[in-house]
Design a protein around this ligand. Sequence first.
Ligand code: ADE
Length: 222
Amino acid sequence: MRIDILTIFPNMFNGVFEESILKRAIEDKKVEINLINFRDYTNDPHNKVDDTPFGGGAGMVLMCQPIFDCIKSIRTEDSKVIMMTPDGVPYKQKMAYDLSKEKHLIILCGHYEGFDERIRSICDMEISIGDYVLTGGEIPAMVLVDSITRLIPGVINERSHIEDSFNDNYLLDYPTYTKPRVYEGMEVPEVLISGDHKKIDEYRYQESIKRTQERRPDLLDK
Ligand code: ADE
């Protein structure tokens, strides 16, 4: 998969793709990530990418021209253009799965007061990562890239994401433990040491239900 991230602050991504699973996914060519500064596409003699809003008001608004020209120059028939915006569709694990099957994602990050409304017309999707407003779309884009990349076949052990919370089963994860068996008086549940895998599966399933009931009863409604 190829992911192009359109941003005027490419340095914000420094280091993010250079550690751990994302780094390996890039090295193994499971994903190619390009940072594209759409300021490079402006026709403005002073390199402007934003201007004041018509009708007045605070802040600056990202202009159509650099973003349209940038997207038009990299888009192919296989591309999906995603705008990161707090008024987009709330991001869910199911969307990460669907997007992990795409060939080419173009992720557009905004900044300042937002985008000229007409920029929405060149995007296929608008995504919000939650009901809060960040300073820009860069951190949301990182969230998208991370959650999608780990689902590309061969990036992590398939079982790990089959068992993820928020998969189709809408259950939170069961509790997990590692050595030692007792830590500051807190013991690992006996069943996990029993070696009886049927019992362990049943215990984990019940714990998942319990935890979901306690923390996210809204998920069980689904
Ligand atoms: N840009 C600013 N806040 C955002 C959010 N919550 N989701 C996506 N993009 C954003």
